[in-house]
Write a protein that binds this ligand. Structure first.
Ligand code: RP5
Length: 170
């Protein structure tokens, strides 16, 4: 869907990554950030990946989020095609449980940066928050929503502490 406001482009290497990446999509939606979601692979659809990244870049994509598993070259491929920030999310599928993807995503050669987050759902959520923090540098209303979200997370952990504390500290 074409968009005119700055938006976040999410790419994932396979539809098998979607379940994990829902945490990313839902976090962006909760913060009211426009996003596009595509299944595009560095290896399986190189030409389509190339043309999507260039097109999204020209249409106002502000941050790219690229999720891939195994020999995860998607984030690096996207980063090679744009100077917008690229956040890589290593997927945990496969026999090495995401450690392969973590290294493939993080260990970029100097000159082509990828900000690599944690493996799996925590990384998917943090990728959205990191993208939001980047966008919030020039959007005070979004910065406020992020600060409110952080406060509410803190309150919810403290509420859990209250319950556990009462149960185990008589
Ligand atoms: C990667 O290979 C994808 O990002 C996915 O995490 C992994 C396995 O893909 P499928 O075989 O499930 O399509 O490119």
């Amino acid at each position: 869907m074409p968009m005119s406001k700055p938006f976040v482009a999410i790419l994932m290497g396979s539809d098998s990554d979607l379940d994990t990446m829902k945490a990313c999509i839902e976090t962006l939606d909760k913060l009211g950030i426009g996003r596009e979601v595509n299944v595009l692979s560095a290896h399986r659809t190189p030409a389509a990946t190339h043309s999507y990244v260039q097109d999204a870049d020209q249409r106002g994509c502000a941050v790219f989020i690229a999720a891939a598993g195994m020999a995860a070259h998607l984030a690096g491929t996207v980063a090679a095609l744009t100077v917008k920030p690229v956040i890589g999310v290593p997927m945990e599928g496969g026999p090495l449980k995401g450690e392969d993807a973590l290294l493939s995503t993080a260990m970029m050669p100097g000159g082509i940066p990828v900000a690599c987050v944690a493996i799996g759902k925590a990384g998917a959520k943090n990728a959205a928050l990191l993208a939001a923090q980047i966008l919030a540098l020039s959007d005070t209303s979004l910065a406020q929503r992020l600060a409110d979200d952080r406060k509410s997370n803190t309150a919810s952990v403290l509420a859990k502490n209250e319950v556990v504390h009462k149960q185990f500290n008589k």
